[in-house]
Ligand binder design. Structure first.
Ligand code: GFB
Length: 324
């Protein structure tokens, strides 16, 4: 059942992360103040008994499942057991508890990496499980596919209103700027910022991983948060007539080469440095552009251009990361 009352209680799992924090801001902005929020310290979502006790005690009306172990291409390769294991357990615990306590609608956050590596572009929702996955993130992708399938299975067997959003590569305020574990966009913002020469010194070179030729689609986290609210408020008939399988891609519909992203970031940061490439680092999937026609047909599209999103994210980085 869709969200319509401002009194409804909404549990945002993962509210301190890039997506969850944006979802909380968007819900509050729309007048939804009855939010249930728990830090990792207060509620370990890998602990089945604790998750069940939380759901039994608070019985949320709606759930946005944005809690996950996430990271860039290197983090995925370095911690495969965490990426598959933690995500499988978190999804299973939360989705099962949501069913047991009668949650009215649950929105699960998947990822565009669930689609096969060599699927035709743009990627449609029905390409799921039609071919092998990209090896650099197959552990994470398998866990996310299981989350999507759990939502479908609970809907088939129990009639649960559980849907999955498949966002493309995300960025925005509160992103992870740790160079070893982050995604490319925050990593390059930081690298170009730190390469700027001070006291009249020239800028140092910046090293991009891989060839820079892979293409990625970047969505501003606040646009994804807006999509989550849009889907929560979408009447059931409209939602499932456009997404009979409960899957909705969320992106901008446009992608750029990593080299082009680097040039845009260089401009945002105001750096004039040379760019080098570390060919020992992986490229990952060559392209993963989402087909966003289902969301478009429902009446939603992303609002923030990459240039604007970069400016806002860099401003956040300067204020919260550099100044901190
Ligand atoms: O964002 P990213 O780490 O992950 O890397 P994926 C995207 C592309 O940017 C790759 C290149 O071709 C990287 O080699 N790149 C260039 C860099 N310089 C850098 C750098 O300094 N740091 C990083 N991190 N990349 C992730 C998946 O894939 O996408 C996740 O691993 C998830 O599971 C996420 O699906 C959305 O886009 O390749």
């Amino acid at each position: 059942m869709h969200l319509s009352s401002r009194q409804a209680s909404i549990y945002v799992a993962g509210h301190r992360g890039l997506v969850g924090s944006a979802v909380v801001r968007r819900l509050r902005q729309a007048g939804y103040d009855n939010l249930l929020l728990r830090t990792r310290h207060d509620l370990d979502l890998r602990d089945q008994a604790a998750v069940e006790a939380f759901f039994e005690a608070h019985r949320p009306d709606f759930v946005v499942l944005a809690a996950a172990r996430v990271g860039g291409i290197l983090a995925n390769a370095t911690f495969p057991a965490d990426f598959i294991g933690d995500n499988l357990v978190i999804e299973t615990n939360v989705i099962r508890a949501a069913h047991q306590t009668g949650v009215q609608r649950l929105v699960f956050l998947g990822s565009s990496c669930i689609y096969p590596k060599h699927a035709p572009q743009p990627l449609r929702e029905d390409y799921l499980l039609t071919g092998p996955l990209e090896p650099t993130n197959e552990w994470y992708a398998v866990a996310k596919i299981a989350g999507v399938k759990l939502c479908q299975a609970y809907r088939l067997q129990h009639g649960c209103d559980f849907v999955s959003l498949m966002p493309t590569n995300l960025y925005g305020p509160g992103d992870n700027f740790d160079l070893a574990t982050s995604h490319v966009l925050p990593a390059l913002l930081r690298k170009f910022h730190e390469a700027r020469g001070t006291g009249g010194l020239p800028d140092a070179p910046v090293v991009l991983w891989g060839t820079g030729t892979p293409r990625r689609e970047f969505l501003y986290s606040e646009d994804l948060a807006d999509a989550c609210l849009f889907v929560l408020e979408q009447p059931e008939d409209a939602l499932y007539s456009h997404a009979p399988d409960g899957l909705l891609n969320v992106g901008t519909g446009e992608d750029v080469a990593i080299n082009t992203l680097a040039a845009l970031i260089q401009e945002t940061v105001g750096s004039r440095c040379a760019i080098e490439h570390d060919h020992a680092k992986p490229d990952g999937t060559p392209r993963k552009l989402l087909d966003v026609s289902r969301m478009k047909a429902l009446g939603w599209q992303a609002q923030t251009s990459l240039e604007e999103g970069l400016r806002k994210t860099y401003a956040w980085f300067l204020e919260h990361y550099v100044a901190a």
